[in-house]
Ligand binder design. Structure first.
Ligand SMILES: *Cc1c(COP(=O)(O)O)cnc(C)c1O
Length: 401
């Protein structure tokens, strides 16, 4: 077996997954990005700039926090929280956009584009573009523009332009297609910031590397707090960037169990979910090969999750390889379990997690009895729940109008 930490290979494959399945016109842009990144990832000045921005702009390092009442509630292992919810803009996504905007600047690009579903990646991108004074365009499905009006307004306040995409189901996958189209047309002056460990090589690697600050901090913090690495790390998986960021620095430490949690939506058995690793098949979407939700004719099928950030039919290729190799396992948690976990964590810890993150917390119910009381397990709190209050109220049958 390949050494998992040394992937992707030079063609951008993680085992059978990944690669660059894109039109010829994009091959040049991807190669330019790959070459620049190759050079800069060991450039001390570039790395120093990223460190400074993560510290002074994002507010890193994020704490490793002991969840006392949650631990008592389960009466099992010690539960620790890696607090990405405390980052500027409220989630892990800023770790990636801070890194990629510096890549764009180093490449002399003047125009930034990005796709967004719920709007979180759009906000994180518009934020770093504002800071560097770069022109910024965000592609968003027209249905999502309606549903996520607050994030649309945030993006506009930050000086970026929002382009509503009407094609297809007018959601994230259509926004992605449109952003790709823009990139092909404006390749000379435009940098495309992809928001998860998805898309063609080298994006899955770049987004993983920029998010890996989370796992690197955790290595030091776990030694500091409990003088060992954790028995297990649990993270929710949409495209998979928060999970890859915390998993990757531990991939070569087999004593650390890596547990991803997908969205089971209305239940895996109903087919209305967003869990390609649990109930999908390998296929090609958005430039890479990976597990994917598709019908018997290979058509991508509509997904469902209460959590907009997990509502995507594909998943990053590195997760597909971690699954096949057995190095990570992937559970699935349904809407109701996630909502219950949201309420429980909010009441027990005074921490309101994002609905995405609530899926990782809900996995604790699936894992009871699997760990000893002296064990330490870490949940990646990928983001805070302020953005989800309206959804939670609706699900609880409460009207806020
Ligand atoms: C976007 C988002 C996710 C899902 O994206 P990944 O790439 O799988 O991490 C999870 N949690 C939060 C808070 C998000 O904003």
């Amino acid at each position: 077996m390949d050494n998992l930490r040394d992937l992707p290979n030079s063609d951008g494959f993680f085992g059978n997954y990944g690669g660059k399945f894109v039109p010829e016109t994009l091959m040049f842009a991807l190669k330019e990005l790959e070459d620049t990144y190759d050079q800069l990832k060991s450039d001390p000045d570039f790395l120093k700039q990223i460190d400074q921005d993560l510290c002074h702009f994002v507010g890193r390092p994020s704490p490793l926090y002991f969840a006392d009442r949650l631990t008592k509630h389960y009466d099992g292992p010690n539960i620790w929280l890696k607090r990405e919810d405390l980052n500027h803009t409220g989630a892990h996504k800023i770790n990636n956009t801070v890194g990629q905007i510096l890549l764009a600047k180093a490449m002399g690009k003047k125009r930034i584009i990005a796709e967004t579903g719920a709007g979180q990646h759009g906000v994180a991108t518009a934020t770093v573009a504002a800071r560097l004074g770069l022109e910024c365009h965000i592609y968003m499905g027209a249905a999502d523009v309606q549903r996520q009006s607050l994030n649309v307004y945030r993006i506009k306040l930050l000086g970026a332009e929002v382009h509503a995409v009407d094609s297809g189901t007018a959601t994230l996958k259509d926004a992605l297609n449109e952003a790709m189209r823009d990139w092909v047309t404006n390749i000379d002056d435009t940098y495309y910031i992809i928001g998860s460990v998805t898309g063609p090589h080298p994006y899955p690697m770049i987004v993983r590397d920029f998010n890996s600050i989370v796992g690197r901090e955790l290595r030091d913090q776990s030694i500091e707090h409990f003088n060992a690495f954790p028995e297990a790390i649990i993270a929710c998986v949409g495209g998979g960037s928060n999970a890859m960021g915390i998993f990757y620095p531990f991939v070569s430490d087999p004593e650390v169990q890596l547990i991803g949690v997908e969205a089971a939506g209305s239940g895996i058995e109903t087919g209305k979910h967003a869990a390609p690793l649990n109930d999908g098949h390998p296929g090609i979407l958005h430039g890479a090969k990976s597990y994917l939700m598709q019908d018997e004719n290979g058509q991508v099928i509509d997904t469902h999750s209460v959590s907009a950030g997990l509502d995507y039919p594909g998943v990053g290729p590195e997760h597909s390889n971690l699954k096949d190799s057995g190095r990570a396992i992937y559970l699935a948690v349904n809407d109701k379990e996630a909502l219950d976990a949201f309420h429980m964590v909010t009441r027990l810890e005074g921490i309101m997690p994002a609905l995405e993150t609530a899926h990782a917390f809900a996995a604790l119910d699936h894992l009871s009895g699997k760990f000893n009381k002296k064990d330490n397990i870490v949940i990646n709190v990928s983001g805070r729940g302020d953005k989800d209050i309206n959804t939670v109220a609706t699900m609880d049958g409460i009207s806020l109008d």
